[in-house]
Design a protein around this ligand. Structure first.
Ligand SMILES: Cc1cc2nc3c(=O)[nH]c(=O)nc-3n(C[C@H](O)[C@H](O)[C@H](O)COP(=O)(O)O)c2cc1C
Length: 199
């Protein structure tokens, strides 16, 4: 699936270009969740590792944020849709992802009225509880989530789904990621009132 569709030719209508921003809730070098994002191809991974911990004292004045926060907020604002890939930590959202969600929610909220999909690679649960908490927070932010398919990946179960660098090597999971991204594309276009072939 490509969120950046091919450009038009003389014989084919232009395809709508969707700018997707993918955010991994894990900062680990060999993160399985970042591996899920890489498996999605052609969706930009927005790194959140240099965001400071949220502290509104860091806002110099209304709407003036630290540089890394400002850059992140700009990327969120510029995206048509979002893909969150996050581990479950203690039955909930990872701290880095919650921090990123909160920074871009500061007024003016940068998340609103866009489509999003969620992937998770976690321990025994596959990440279902964290996904439902992300959906819950998304209500406050005005994000509209793809409902199905749901993709819960047990990252450490044998046979191995990820190699030592966190690359996804399991074809079945790769197919699940592909289907979820297709659903995200369709939902994002629907929200924008466009079809995949609109000019
Ligand atoms: C602090 C902490 C809490 C965790 N809690 C859970 C949990 O509640 N449920 C679960 O399935 N896995 C849990 N895990 C396992 C991680 O979700 C799992 O290792 C995942 O692969 C980490 O994501 P990453 O590979 O992208 O870094 C926890 C891991 C850590 C470090």
């Amino acid at each position: 699936m490509s969120l950046r569709e091919e450009s038009s030719t003389a014989h084919a209508p232009a395809k709508t270009v969707l700018r997707g921003a993918a955010i991994s809730g894990s900062l680990r070098r060999a993160s399985a969740n970042t591996g899920l994002i890489r498996a999605g191809l052609q969706i930009d991974h927005v790194d959140i590792s240099d965001l400071p911990l949220l502290n509104t004292d860091l806002e110099a004045a209304a709407g003036a944020f630290p540089l890394a926060v400002e850059a992140f907020r700009d990327k969120v604002r510029g995206a048509d849709c979002f893909l969150f890939a996050s581990p479950e930590y203690n039955y909930s959202i990872s701290g880095p992802l919650k921090n990123a969600l909160d920074w871009a929610s500061r007024p003016p909220n940068r998340w609103g009225d866009r489509a999003a999909a969620i992937l998770s690679a976690s321990g025994g649960s596959g990440g279902d509880r964290s996904q439902y908490h992300i959906r819950h927070v998304g209500v406050a932010l005005g994000i509209h989530f793809v409902i199905k398919p749901e993709v819960f990946t047990k990252a450490h179960q044998l046979p191995r789904k990820f190699d030592d660098d966190g690359n996804l090597v399991d074809p079945e999971t790769r197919e699940q990621v592909r289907k979820l991204l297709l659903a995200l594309q369709a939902f994002a276009l629907k929200l924008q009132g466009k079809s995949a072939d609109s000019e």
